[in-house]
Design a protein around this ligand. Structure first.
Ligand SMILES: Nc1ncnc2c1ncn2[C@@H]1O[C@H](COP(=O)(O)OP(=O)(O)OP(=O)(O)O)[C@@H](O)[C@H]1O
Ligand SMILES: [Mg+2]
Length: 215
């Protein structure tokens, strides 16, 4: 079983958005995924209520219950678990990191988000967890060229000695529309650029987890 935690010490960076999307990608009838919402805000639980489909299954729990919830999922044959976390409760973030194989750290390409990544990295490094920063809500590329703020964010991450995902998730209205209807962008607009970006992210997350598992 593979466990991915979405963590960031900054609110609104895209944790819930990316957790929802990757859980929909990972979930298949043969390889069920589980989405765990440990954020008292309950954003994902709200999204799941709007969702017509029953899957992926969502569980709301407190971070201290994670080990038990994950052990039960393992017994049920779940292969991918995605944990959403709150931004400000360091104990809860650490609890999610502890049970995870990979900490995905979403960030907007902006100075305050980068400062928050530094704090989040302190935690993942203290717990010896592989980490994958993901640039989210980025300005659209010009053709194949990324915008200056995105390149600057990559440089700032490189100064923190971490390599972010090479792609970006662009700021697009499709994400808000999809989530508001209980869907993921590739269900809402299957051929859209947003759907393509999320699919690429899913492949990168799979690779990162597999690489971590081999170590
Ligand atoms: N790539 C994107 N394009 C457009 N809107 C986005 C994108 N990513 C996130 N959003 C929107 O930004 C808001 C914040 O995103 P989200 O709730 O996923 O962040 P979060 O890190 O979970 O926040 P919190 O820390 O409050 O839990 C949401 O309204 C979401 O729909
Ligand atoms: Mg959230």
């Amino acid at each position: 079983m593979n466990v991915v935690a979405f963590t960031s010490r900054k609110g609104g960076s895209g944790k819930s958005t990316l957790a929802a999307h990757l859980s929909v990608y990972a979930d298949t009838p043969d390889v069920p995924a589980l989405l765990i919402d440990t954020d008292p805000q309950g954003s994902l639980a709200f999204w799941h209520e709007l969702r017509q489909a029953e899957t992926p299954v969502l569980v709301q729990c407190e971070a201290r219950e994670l080990e038990d919830v994950i052990a039960a999922a393992k017994r049920d044959g779940v292969q991918w678990v995605f944990i959403d976390t709150p931004p400000h409760n360091t104990q809860d973030i650490a609890a999610a990191m502890r049970v995870a194989d990979l900490a995905v750290i979403p960030l907007r390409p902006a100075v305050f988000d980068i400062a928050a990544v530094a704090k989040t990295l302190e935690m993942s490094r203290a717990l010896n967890k592989p980490e994958l920063p993901v640039i989210n809500s980025a300005p659209p590329k010009r053709g194949t060229f990324e915008i200056g703020v995105v390149t600057e964010a990559r440089q700032a991450l490189s100064d923190l000695e971490v390599t972010p995902w090479q792609g970006q998730i662009t700021q697009r209205a499709g994400f808000a529309h999809a989530l508001a209807s209980g869907q993921a962008v590739h269900e809402f607009e299957p051929e859209s650029p947003a759907a393509k970006e999320v699919q690429e992210l899913w492949q990168a997350v799979r690779r990162a987890v597999e690489k971590g598992n081999k170590k």
